[in-house]
Design a protein. Structure first.
Length: 148
């Protein structure tokens, strides 16, 4: 029996795939648990339409990420922090602070989880910080930390 998987099923396939499975497996396990539906022509057309819509959404998301990436590459973010003698900082600069400053000073909204900072910035000067906007789009922004 051919079924369309509605979710990833271990050992069977991934969401959206059309698979040939044993009739008992489909009727007694997959379909009652809403893991799959029977692959009728109507269901196949619905699946194709959903995949087409998902592809359009993914393309738009990628375009938005590329546009934001171009804007971010041209930005040098200047952050002022308290520092002691010898240029030693008090505290550190975190991804959350970088995200908030981008929004405040440049009106660019970037989620703090997308800022790939292994550890907080603890030194004055310019630091290159990678930002992963999309699985295919990663840009680097310059964060310039100065003493107040």
């Amino acid at each position: 029996m051919k079924v369309i998987l509605l979710q990833d099923v271990k050992g069977t396939g991934k969401k959206g795939e059309i698979k040939e499975v044993a009739e008992g497996y489909a009727r007694n396990y997959l379909i009652p648990r809403k893991l799959a539906v029977e692959a009728t022509p109507g269901n196949i057309n619905t699946l194709k339409e959903q995949q087409r819509i998902m592809n359009i959404k993914k393309e738009k998301e990628l375009e938005r990420a590329k546009e934001l990436g171009k804007k971010l590459e041209s930005v040098t973010l200047k952050l002022a922090t308290k520092a002691g003698e010898g240029g030693r900082m008090f505290g550190s600069i975190t991804a959350k602070q970088i995200s908030e400053e981008l929004k405040k000073k440049h009106q660019l909204s970037v989620d703090k989880k997308k800022i790939l900072l292994d550890e907080p910035i603890r030194s004055l000067g310019v630091t290159k910080v990678p930002v992963k906007l999309h699985p295919e789009v990663t840009v680097t922004i310059n964060v310039h930390v100065v003493a107040e």
